[in-house]
Design a protein around this ligand. Sequence first.
Ligand code: GDG
Length: 726
Amino acid sequence: MSKTIIVSNRLPIKIERDEKNELEYHSSAGGLATGLGSIYKEGNNLWIGWPGLLTEDENEKAEITEGIQKESMFPVFLTEEDIRDFYEGFSNETLWPNFHYFIQYAIYEPHLWEAYKRVNRKFADEIIKKADPDDTLWIHDYQLMLVPDMIRQEYPNVSMGFFLHIPFPSYEIFRLLPWRKEILRGVLGSDLIGFHTYDDMRHFLSSTSRLLGISNSQGRLTVKNRAVMVDSFPMGIDYDKYADTAASPEVLEKEVQYRISLGDQQLILSIDRLDYSKGIAQRLEAFDVFFQRYPEYRNKISLILVVVPSRDQVGQYKELKEDIEGLVGRINGKYGRINWTPIHFFYRSFPLTELSAFYRMADVALVTPMRDGMNLVCKEFVASKTNKKGVLILSEMCGASKELSDALLINPNDQNQIVEAIREALTMPEEEQILHNTNMQNSLKRYNITHWVNLFMTSLNNIKKTQNSMQTHKLDERSLEKMLEEFSKAEERVIFLDYDGTLTGFVDNPREAKPDEELNNIMQNIVKDPRNKVVVISGRDKDTLNEWMGKYAVDLIAEHGVWIREKGKDWRTIIAMKNDWKKEILPVLELYVNRTPGSFIEEKDYSLVWHYRKVETGLGELRTRELTSHLKYMASNSNLQVLEGDKVVEIKDREVNKGRTATKWMEAHDHDFVFAVGDDSTDEDTFKAMPKDAYTIKVGSASSAARFSVDSYKDVRNILKAMIAY
Ligand code: GDG
């Protein structure tokens, strides 16, 4: 039976030695572990990751492997060097600062990149050992961005999702990474790629388009003919856990105790892991300014500042810790009194019940990261407000701000705004607090962690189904054999060939797509057999088509069916054509050329084409949307059709298309075997015009009226070669 495997850098378990030097296992109660608990603990399912203990001792490794097996976990052991260069190095000193827009902290060291690749390979190898090709894999976070493609190489059909827990930066930042393309390709090995917010997803798609030339349609990309979905899945919390803990007698009792020691004060709460992205120092600076500006609050409010130790082996973090300690000392020294301490600073972590008591009793939560993928602390604070009283001040630079619009939103770089928000929060009427918290709680209840997990898994299933439905089209060995057999028996074989993208690949300059030696050979040989009637049917103008294909004994159909030229005869049109509409449309296209450097107009006898292949990525697509809606509006009362092709927009008479001309051609010629191949939307008309038993073949993976599909023009050439050789 197939299973599901979760993979993250760190396993949700803590392993420690007790006094007798024996290993002790403590499962983590973190949000992710709770949310995924419903998955990895079921049946044969597994969670693979680093168990958090450094050991080179093989016996100990075996003991740990066995010890965590009953928790449905499997270890990837990392060495000291791995931790230094892969985890602290590339993950936390290259990717983390770059992705959080702290580019001044990012280091770009080739040996750290080598370590990142090596450890990602180590993870991939361990996963491959445990996984079967029909399993479902869910890979987590920035430490493992190369793993998806490594697995895909081994298991082409495995179902695999990837989720990034931190922000994905704008293209302008991401492009600074020397290994940006490798990282993108690594992630694109997945079938579903999830981010916390729409902005992260948008940034990722912009990078795939600009760096790899892979564009998307509503978040769907085609990567080596595999459909890949990119979407946003804002992560939620285990709402009931926080609400229930906050309402428990144990937490209530703690609150009473703390209240007695702190006296009658309003409390502001700040909880984060030690990290420069969290804006802890900036928050303290603002707190200082608050006391200067509003001295009446001295003695009346305190800040509970919890900083959870994290990565303090990394230089930047050591410095940050010292900065925070300095600031706390300065503020306490400046404003403190014998009976009042402005900041209660804790550099450690607390058990959930203590944390919950802090959440409960805080009047204000000050969550002001400079940048944060989501931020769960703010959500946990709101969920813990059982009486709905309390105010959340939230940075607009964290993912959670997109959902929690009822919070007091601030820009963390605007100190004045933070100071005023503290003042507003401390004086907000209770009814207003209740209203805001009710809205936020309703949303957090609905979009909780279970919802997040289910949504991701359902989307992964859906994209897999889409891939499978497209797969059924693929021209496999058996169908090819059958086709060649029918072909060999037939006496009147009709072969319709589109040109660009079907017989040749795409090039920047359309003029450069002329036939190469291989194609010339194919054309020469395929027409040698008098039973083969070949028709090249293209959107190209008739002169170019004639120049490239006219020398072979083939029939030509040019300009999407406007012109036809049978062997040895002259060009003619199928119907009487008009082109007086051009004088109205040309000035519009010229306007777009003026506004879009790199674009140009191609004038054919009965159509006009706007090309944007050489335009800056993104700008071309934007102008296309403007231009097509402009043209569709102009064409609404005429008989014109606006077609969007590969980096082109074409305007032509609606009455003519490849299908209509192909039908006319078929009426005039006998046939007992029909083959038609093409790659874009204009070829769909040809496919539809063919008899049911025809071998219609789409190049590429988009859905099509064709019966079969192949991956690229190279496959088409191979089929034609097989026909010649048969
Ligand atoms: C990354 C992204 C994204 C904190 N102090 C204590 C404690 N905590 C718990 C909190 C919360 C968690 O740690 C912190 O989560 P955040 O989301 O705030 O931040 P990161 O650790 O940076 O997480 C972030 C997240 O991944 C999920 O995708 O939201 O943007 O950076 O759950 O409660 N827990 C206990 N004692 C403490 O003292 N028990």
